[in-house]
Design a protein around this ligand. Structure first.
Ligand SMILES: [Zn+2]
Length: 479
């Protein structure tokens, strides 16, 4: 089973791990906490699930079906609604229980036209994408001189006279990292450009795409709530062209965006359960999101996550008996424009007891590190998960897990979360582009994810471990 891909990935991990050097632990460091014991019976099942995950075929089939039968799934669109129906049929066929859709209203947004070209000193097309919530340009487009800033602070510091009447170009590059930390830093310009440029009188924003590739694909993404001026991203290749021209003098660009806001759009979450045999009210939540941007097919973002958690749960559902706790799948709608699906789930299920939650939303490359966000008293359980995941090449992380957007509300409600942290080194080459297709998924690494989620979910659901979750207050007894 030790493939070249996994071996290379393991090498990448050990190289990357050198940066934050593992501290040789003084006194009561978490590393010295012994793992909670796992019975021989549970260990046998974990071993079986791991091997089955590494040979799983359903995960890849699920994402292939989703991207071919449905394709792109913009939040609030008819395509997203079709994806919910597809998911319900797929989950019922796989014999999950409690399979249903929970709809919620969203402010919808879509684009109809996104075009740009340099008009002087040369003439050529720019590959651009309207960013989510961008308003339209005037019909026929707008033409203005480009003013370039290397990052948001320099835009913030610029005098109004440098910006007024111009198209602001934020040229910041994104750093490639294994742990996706480069994204957090780079993504601020999507909403930051219009927020800072509009009050200074800019006519539009065009940012270098938030991505790590050098290709001629623009990366989509949300520009935030109340976007005051037309805002687009451009492909890294086109940003290079602008850079070259700007070295020699003024550059004028024509930009035409046509977008529509639909205040009455509808989205929805899809739920499916494996009902716990002893503690059905204690929920182990696995989440991913169904919506996607619409230039690509939403294969790595987040068809892969849908496939990984569903295939992992399928393996557990096929065991001779269900685990003691309920395992729930949340396939959320409307993650991309701001996590509205996760918020809706958190509101609708605030009275339920979520003992732990995890999310898969960083593509399909292998899980390399396991982080928790547990109560101090629960760290022996973190050690037990680490031990169970170690044969998959997963290294121990820290106790500062973030969880992710789809489980953000559940976490705020008091649920401990974990990160089965994926190798994000190449994720942002494809993320939110026309090139987010099935070809960006490595089936072998996807299977490693299926195995990791199956092992994690089973161990969490078969145990009676308390990770420090807040138990919701019992509903007041009615008289
Ligand atoms: Zn995503």
């Amino acid at each position: 089973m030790r493939s070249l891909a996994l071996a290379l990935a393991a090498f990448a991990t050990s190289a990357a791990a050198q940066t934050p050097a593992p501290t040789p632990a003084p006194a009561p460091q978490p590393a010295q906490i012994q793992p909670a014991p796992v019975s021989a019976d549970v260990q046998r099942t974990i071993d079986r699930l791991r091997e089955a995950g590494l040979q799983d075929v359903h995960g890849y089939e699920i994402v292939r079906d989703l991207v071919s039968e449905i394709g792109p799934r913009l939040a609030g669109s008819a395509q997203e609604a079709r994806a919910r129906d597809w998911a319900v049929a797929m989950l019922r066929a796989a014999r999950f229980s409690n399979v249903h859709i929970e709809t919620f209203p969203i402010p919808g947004w879509s684009w109809q036209r996104q075009e740009a070209r340099i008009v002087s000193p040369s003439q050529q097309r720019l590959v651009v994408a309207a960013l989510g919530n961008s308003p339209s340009t005037p019909a026929g487009g707008l033409e203005a001189e480009i003013v370039r800033f290397p990052d948001l602070p320099t835009l913030d510091a610029a005098p109004e006279a440098a910006v007024r009447g111009r198209i602001v170009f934020i040229d910041e590059h994104m750093t490639r990292t294994q742990d996706a930390s480069g994204y957090g830093a780079a993504v601020a310009k999507r909403s930051g450009c219009p927020r800072l440029a509009a009050p200074k009188g800019a006519v539009a924003c065009m940012i270098r795409s938030v991505g790590t590739d050098t290709h001629r694909f623009a990366h989509q993404g949300s520009a935030g709530r109340n976007v005051a001026i037309p805002t687009a991203s451009m492909s890294p290749a086109d940003a290079e062209t602008l850079d070259a021209l700007l070295e020699h003098g003024p550059v004028r660009v024509h930009l035409e965006l046509e977008t529509t806001r639909n205040p009455d759009a509808q989205s929805g979450n899809v739920i499916a359960d494996i009902r716990g045999r002893e503690r059905p009210d204690e929920i182990v939540l696995l989440a991913a999101h169904l919506d996607s941007w619409d230039l690509g097919q939403g294969a790595i973002d987040d068809g892969a996550g849908v496939a990984i958690i569903t295939a992992a749960a399928r393996l557990i559902n096929a065991l001779p008996r269900h685990p003691r706790r309920t395992i729930r799948l949340l396939l959320a709608g409307t993650e991309e424009p701001g996590g509205l699906g996760g918020d809706a789930y958190g509101r609708a299920h605030a009275s339920e007891y979520h003992v732990i939650a995890a999310e898969s939303d960083l593509g399909a490359d292998r899980v390399y590190r396991f982080n928790t966000h547990f109560a101090e008293s629960a760290l022996p359980y973190a050690r037990a998960f680490e031990r169970a995941l170690a044969p998959l090449g997963v290294v121990p992380g820290d106790n500062n897990a973030d969880g992710g957007t789809d489980i953000g509300a559940v976490r705020r409600n008091g649920a401990p979360v974990v990160d089965l942290q994926q190798d994000a080194s190449r994720y942002f080459d494809h993320h939110h582009t026309a090139d987010d297709t099935l070809a960006a998924i490595d089936p072998e690494q996807l299977r490693q994810n299926v195995a990791a989620y199956a092992v994690f979910a089973y161990l969490a659901a078969e145990s009676d471990w308390d990770f420090g979750a807040t138990r919701p207050a019992a509903p007041a007894a009615s008289p």
